[in-house]
Design a protein around this ligand. Structure first.
Ligand code: 5GP
Length: 120
């Protein structure tokens, strides 16, 4: 899928749409999800134009990949989630119901999260 520069996270990155930022570095931005599903629900995104994890892992530089990985762990630590635990999740494509076509990892925490996926 080609990257759509008008997706909502691209607008957040350009400062055209506000966000509640919790972390920013050269390659990565993290902010609160607008519609939190858990007491802590934070999104971590690379600043580069990547739609999916497969896209990112193929095209991003080592510095971008390192920054993204480190940011996810830092946000979890900074929000006190490392002790009791948390979940990281990235929805990719249609089967996973990805709504925003800019790679993002959800960090869920602050309550018991149950098992990984509901059984069908
Ligand atoms: P997806 O289903 O693509 O994995 O999740 C997209 C997430 O982006 C959803 O949890 C949704 O609440 C969040 N989201 C959508 N629009 C905005 C926005 O404008 N600001 C913020 N902070 N989050 C958004």
């Amino acid at each position: 899928m080609a990257y759509d520069p008008n997706n909502i996270f691209a607008k957040i990155l350009r400062g055209e749409v506000p966000s509640k930022k919790v972390h920013e570095d050269e390659h990565t931005l993290a902010f609160h999800d607008i519609n939190p599903l858990t007491p802590s629900h934070i999104l971590v995104i690379p600043k580069g134009p990547y739609v999916s994890f497969d896209d990112f892992s193929e095209k991003a530089s080592d510095a971008e990949i390192a920054a993204f990985t480190r940011a996810i762990g830092k946000v979890a630590r900074d929000h006190g989630l490392a002790g009791d635990g948390y979940r990281i999740l990235a929805n990719i494509g249609e089967n996973a119901h990805q709504e925003v076509p800019h790679l993002h990892v959800h960090i869920f925490g602050g309550k018991r999260l149950g098992r990984m996926l509901p059984k069908e």
